[in-house]
Structure formats: structure tokens, C-alpha cells
Design a protein around this ligand. Sequence first.
Ligand SMILES: Nc1ncnc2c1ncn2[C@@H]1O[C@H](COP(=O)(O)OP(=O)(O)OP(=O)(O)O)[C@@H](O)[C@H]1O
Ligand SMILES: [Mg+2]
Length: 626
Amino acid sequence: MTAVDAESGGAPDFEPVAVAAHYDPPPAGIDPDRAKGWMKRLWPLVRAHHRTLVIGVATGVVALAIQAAVPALGRSAVDAALEGNRQALWIVFGLTAAFGVGRLVFGGVYRYQLFKLGWSVETDLRAIMYDHLTRLSFSYYDRTQSGEVISRANSDIRSLQLLLAFGPLISMNVLMFVMALGFMVYVHPWLALVALAPLPGVYWFGLKFRNQVFPLSWVTQARMADLATIVDENVNGTRVVKSFAAEERQIALLGRSAQRIQWANVEITNSRARWNPLIESLPRLGTAMVVLYGGWLAIEGQVSIGTLLAFSAYVIMLQVPFRMAGFVLMQGQRASAAAQRIYEILDEAPEVADSPGAVDIVDPQGRVGFEGVCFGYHTETPVLRDFTLHIEPGERVAIVGSTGCGKSTVARLLDRFYDVDRGSVRIDGVDVRDVTLRSLRHTVGLVLDEPFLFSASVHDNIAYGRPSASRAEVAAAAEAAQAHGFIGELTHGYDSVVGERGYTLSGGQRQRIAIARTLLANPKVLVLDDATSAIDVTVEEAIHRALYALMADRTTIIIAHRLSTISLAERVVVLDQGRVANTGTHADLLATDPHYVEILARRSHGRPRGLSDNGDGKLWPVGSGH
Ligand SMILES: Nc1ncnc2c1ncn2[C@@H]1O[C@H](COP(=O)(O)OP(=O)(O)OP(=O)(O)O)[C@@H](O)[C@H]1O
Ligand SMILES: [Mg+2]
């Protein structure tokens, strides 16, 4: 008896797959109301860090108030000096020094707090996004490019973070603007009016700049996503690229994509170069006018020299928010585009999700039922039409059909990767839409034809579904999948790290590890979708023999092209035109169903290893007893 076997007779309670790790979710999500603006939608997340925000803003206000008070002090100093008042001069000196120290301390605190806020929200957003991505359905991934998701999860989140760190800083500069303005109006309203005259122009040019840059930042970000997709495909598809000697073409493709980004960025820089200097220099016109009109007033004795000096200092201070305005507008546009791209993902509702009253499958029997199932990936082209199939607990059924007829689709529907359009898929008589996805996927184990391995050790790959499994259990599962032998020959045995996607292993070796991985999770219903296509016939037989020994009471669905595999099933189901065309034992079908013979024969043409497995070209599989 092996550990896998012992496991199958274990506790009847539902034991979820792969939940060893625990991660604290972010403190809040984004506002789900799509009608709201992007900042409002982000607000719950920012509010979750209100301590940091409040401390940052409070210390920032103090720091800026101090900064705004310095020219006023300067005014007193100059006037005191002109009056020859030494004592006042000392007082002003003391205050200025104290303000300097205060500004230093508060400036440090508010910078730290606000940047911390930006990074915290970035981390939360990343967690929320990844959490959401893991819940999105297969249909989403079918139509989405990986680069698109990667760029949204990276550069778009970064854009938001930048704005979050600088946003409050800049809004506080507005505060400084108000304080400076207050002083100016208090001292001399007319002089203030003259100083501020160019500001409406600043607003107007700012608006024009914004309207130009917004579409461009959207374009840049979308193109960054295209580029990420190309890079991703170049790296992951490098074997195909090289085998077709298509490096030049890929480089050209990448070059073109990079040029498109360059174009958009240069356009943005162009508008920036055109509008920003204008926006920045308009307030200088104000300074010039203050010098003229203020000087006039001073000559007439209406304002003191100190006031005039303080005034010029404030006009310069007024420019700071305006100088920053260019950056804010730009970053704001970028962040707004980024936020919308992020929300696009977060607003995508998972099509397949637990229904409100979903229950766990506890102690499953392994009865499988498809009742009049209609399904199409795109509704106009149905793949399954009125597909009905019942499989008893412990039965071994092979599904056979021509390529593209929907065999893998049947497997995907059973594990509820997609929901049926009509009819129902049932486990032990219960609709799969009424049970939790976690328990369903624990009950139905799927081994796919393209086994994906993680770049981790062989042990970790096999134990993926049950990270707590002991080494003996992992070895037992590997043994059943006929993988133990070759794993022992690897340099570090079970601790050998397989390359990305398992590329350091052969196709058949990868398939065997994938089978071991599913066996260890110990599903009640096992679906092998072309899972042994790259494995030698003799090894395949050994795997199936091990499977029978280990899981007498396990329902097994075998999807296969190879005769040797098909013949291992107790019952063969022929899938044609989206429904069950015939069903029976391999021998019966072979004798009575010409269509079945035709499918097998076609297979043997398509895949030489099919019918000629036993070398004589006849329709007898190896080990079928013929
Ligand atoms: N994710 C998808 N999105 C849209 N159409 C799909 C998707 N997957 C499969 N199809 C289409 O659905 C049909 C059935 O596909 P399926 O993979 O079930 O075939 P199959 O019988 O497993 O074929 P094979 O024997 O080649 O593995 C095919 O016509 C295919 O083009
Ligand atoms: Mg398939």
C-alpha cells in the first residue's frame, strides 16, 4: 500500500487543495461604483491609510505655513533695520532661525509620510489586482494578452503611486499659494491684483495642455502593453522563433512597437515643451509688474521697502505651485489613464464564481452526469449540442472523437472552467454551479495535455496541490505516475529545479510529473486529457496499471487519440457533432460502428504512433488481448 492509497481512504471531510499559505488581504478595495471619478473610486483605499495621510498632511501644513511666514519675517527685519531698531532685529533673527529648524523637521516628516502612503496604496492595489486576476474566469484569459495584464499590474500601478505621493504635496502647495495670496491682499489689494493678473492665462494654457496630453498618455500606456506582450512572446516562444530562424522578424516587430511608444512619448514631450514654459513664465510677468507698480508705490511712500521685498518673495512663492502644475497635469493625466486601465480589470466580473448558496462537496462518490449540455465559446458556434453522458462511480470511460470536436471542452465544463449555455453538468447528481469551486476542483482532477510546471523543484511541483504532503507521499505519487525512476536519475533527485515551464525535462517526463501532481491531490474524478500523449506506450500502460491498483473506486475519464490508451477504458464514448454519437466497449464499437473505425483510422494517418503502435498496422491496440 502506498501513501496515496492510504490517503484515499482518509478523512471524509472536504479538504481544500493548495491552501497552505495565508495572506492578509489589503485593508480596503476600490469603490465599485463605476459612475464615480477615478480619484473617488480610489478613496477607500487611501482612507484605509488615514493615519499616514493625516500625519503627512498636518506636518506638511505646518512646514508650508512656516515657509510662507518667512518673507513676512523678512519684511519686519528690513523695516526694523531701516528704522535702526536693533532689538527687533534680534527677535526677527531668532524667529527666522527657529522657523528654519521647524521647516527642516516638519518637512522631513511629511515627505516620509506621504511617500509611505503612495507605496502602501501601490502595494494594496497590486494585491487587489492579483487577487482579482486569480478569480477571473478562463474566458477572460482566452481573450486577454498577458502583456496587457502585466503592464497594467506594473507600470499603471506605478503611475498611480507617483501621483499619490506627489498629489498631497502639490495640493499643499496650493495652500501655500492661498497663504501667500492672503498676505498680499491684506497688505495691498491693488498690488496683489496686478501680481495675479496673468494667472487666468496660466489656467487656460494648462487646460489646453491637458487636453492634448490625455489621449497621448492613454496611447503610450496601451502601447507599453503591446510591447510587453511582444517581449513576453519573444521570451516564452523563443524555441519557435529560433527554430524558424525568425529572430530578425521578431526584432523588427519589437522595434516597430518600441517606435510607436517613442512617437507617443515624443509627442507628449513636444506638447510639454510648448506649453510648460508658457505656463511657468506667465507668473514672471506678475513679478515684473510688481517691481514697476510696487516701486512706484514705495517712491510715493505708500508701502515700506520691507513690504515690497516681501511682496516680491511672495510672487516668487506663488510661482511654485504653477511650476509644479505642469508636472501635476502631466502626472495627473497619466494616473487617470492608468487608473481607468486598472479599473477595467477590476470591473471585470468573474463569469464563473461561487453562487450565493454554494456548498462544499463532501465525501464525493464520483458519479458524473452531463444532461443535455449546450455550450459554445462564442454563442454563434456551439461546440456541444445536447450532449448527454452518465458515468457511474469508479467507471473508466474514454472519450473519442475527431480533433476539435469538443473533447477537451467536456473536461473543462466538468471542472467548471466555463458555464454551460443550456443543460447541466452534475457531480453526484448536484449541479456544479451549486457547489463551491474549491471543492469541485478538489473533487475533479484534471491533467491537461500541455502540462505547465513551475520553475521550482520536482518535489514542489508534485506537491503543488498539497504542499503539506510528506516526501514519502510525493514519492508514492511519482511512483504511480512512473516518474520515480527518472526523477532518481536527475542530479538532485526530487530537489532538482526544473527550468521555467519545466523545459529542462522531456515532454513525457513533464506529463508524468503533471500526472503525479494530480494524483497527490487525490481527486475522486480523474480526467486525463491527452495526458499521456508524449509517453511511451509501455510506460503508459504501467501508469494505467498503477492507476487501477491505486484507485479502484475512482472515476476516470480518459481523453485520448491513441488506440492503446482508449482500449484501457471499460467504455468508449464517441463524440461527434457536439453530442454522443455512440457508446460501447472498444471491441463492440470496432465491430459495429464504421464511424468509430473511421475516426481511429484517421487518427492513424494524423499520428503515426496511433494505430501502428503494435507494429502490424492493424486496428488492435497493444495489450488489448487481440
Ligand atoms: N478557449 C477557446 N475559445 C474559443 N474557442 C475554443 C476554445 N477552446 C477550444 N475552442 C474551439 O472549440 C472546439 C472544440 O475544442 P476542444 O479543445 O474541445 O477540441 P478537442 O476535441 O479537445 O480537440 P483535440 O482532439 O485536438 O484536443 C474547437 O473548434 C476549438 O476551435
Ligand atoms: Mg483536446
